[in-house]
Design a protein around this ligand. Structure first.
Ligand code: ZN
Length: 417
């Protein structure tokens, strides 16, 4: 009897699979970031959640659903690699722009609601995969990822870091009578045992990448500390992202061979060269001046920070450091969503003279490799998940067209059309 039930179920599953919905996308232009080329009049066949075929002479099977994007440019879904979904800070709020006060004045439930809205808005702007690098209200990003994967809410594929691991104090300035207030935003990990424990707990609670803060205190992680954590993360198959704002911090991270340096605002040419040699990816998170001003930074500082970013971007590009796009935007302002604000950050790359093709690589191929999903996402190829977006113009001619993504498909499901 059991055998018969099993056999019936097996046949049922086979039948459902063989009838998976086939969709044919007619792409007027198809951009391939990997080669920097544009193909014309392509057919993309999508079966279920995956791409089945791509080409000019692909036959459209009878009964396929047709999506006509013949007047648009089609490209792989975009990536943003330094995001914080459950984080929305305001100068006007009770936190007055302070990360520390923000944690004290907002519940994790409120931050989860913001996470749901931010994830939806990121997808609407064309970001089909993101890396969430912590400050995530006690693993909200793990729950977001699960809810999105289960189809409960719309959002990108999320690679999340869980709690940020940092030397004592993290990114705070604590009161010695309230030293417990670092949790749940940070694991304070100073000894090797604490580092190992923090990494293992994070992985247990759903982290898919490890994020460390190297240098927000006077005492910073050494090259050996960082190497130890890179190895411990790698032993469980995870990569490691290192927040570095100082030259000394970035130098230690680059020498230790982290997967990515986040921010790296003060990297000298010498440290950029070490990063290049050790295949360290730079996720620059370079705010536009407009974004700094929207964050209510005084005008003179906004200009100085932005100029510093553009200078470092130019030097990193010239030296040939692999870069991936990531915004670090943690606010909404002036009728923009988290998605539109994030996309506006390409202005900094344009200002630094980075060509459109390289910007696309930062948002697709390079990013997919950084996140370790290059075998399943980041390109429009048979066998990969159907993460596909479209723009009115060809971004290789006008990169600003990315701000008008008018079609979004994720895992073969149309979200925006
Ligand atoms: Zn950040």
């Amino acid at each position: 009897m059991q055998r018969i039930i099993f056999l019936t179920l097996f046949l049922l599953v086979c039948t459902i699979n063989s009838f998976a919905q086939v969709t044919a996308i007619k792409a007027g232009k198809l951009v391939v970031p990997e080669t920097g080329t544009t193909l014309t009049n392509q057919i993309i066949l999508v079966e279920g959640s995956r791409i089945k075929a791509v080409g000019a002479d692909v036959q459209i099977p009878a009964g396929a659903k047709i999506i006509d994007l013949s007047k648009s440019t089609v490209l792989p879904g975009l990536f943003a690699c330094h995001e914080h979904m459950a984080f929305l800070i305001r100068r006007q709020g009770p936190e007055r722009g302070s990360l520390f006060f923000y944690d004290l004045t907002h519940t994790n439930a409120e931050r989860a609601i913001h996470g749901v809205v931010n994830a939806r808005d990121m997808l609407a702007s064309g970001f089909t995969t993101i890396r969430d690098v912590g400050n995530d209200a006690n693993y909200v990003a793990t729950d977001l990822r699960r809810a999105i994967d289960q189809g409960l809410i719309p959002g990108p594929t999320i690679i999340n870091s869980g709690r940020i691991i940092a030397p004592f104090g993290g990114q705070y300035f604590l009161n010695p009578e309230r030293r417990e207030l670092g949790a749940p935003e940070y694991f304070f990990a100073d000894t090797r045992d604490e580092m190992r424990k923090a990494i293992r707990e994070n992985i247990h609670f759903g982290a898919r990448v490890i994020k460390i803060v190297v240098d927000d205190q006077r005492y910073i992680y050494s090259v050996d500390d960082i190497r130890f954590m890179v190895a411990e993360a790698a032993a469980a198959g995870l990569k490691l992202a290192a927040h570095c704002v100082t030259e000394a911090g970035a130098r230690n991270a680059a020498e230790a061979g982290v997967t990515s340096i986040e921010h790296g605002f003060e990297m000298s040419d010498e440290v950029l060269a070490i990063a290049k040699k050790n295949n360290v990816v730079l996720v620059g998170t370079d705010f536009t001046e407009k974004a700094w001003l929207a964050y209510e930074m005084p005008a003179e500082l906004a200009k100085r920070f932005h100029d510093r970013s553009v200078d470092r971007l130019k030097r990193a590009y010239k030296i040939g450091v692999t870069m991936a796009f990531g915004s670090d935007l943690i606010f909404w302002a002036s009728d923009e969503t988290r998605g539109t604000w994030t996309m506006s950050q390409i202005d900094s790359l344009v200002e630094a003279g980075i060509p459109p093709r390289d910007i696309l690589l930062e948002m697709t191929t390079n990013a997919a490799q950084l996140l370790g999903v290059e075998k399943t996402r980041g390109a429009i190829k048979p066998g990969l998940f159907a993460d596909i977006v479209a723009t009115p113009e060809n971004p290789l001619d006008n990169i600003n067209t990315l701000k008008q993504v008018n079609f979004v498909m994720k895992n073969g499901k149309v979200f925006k059309q």
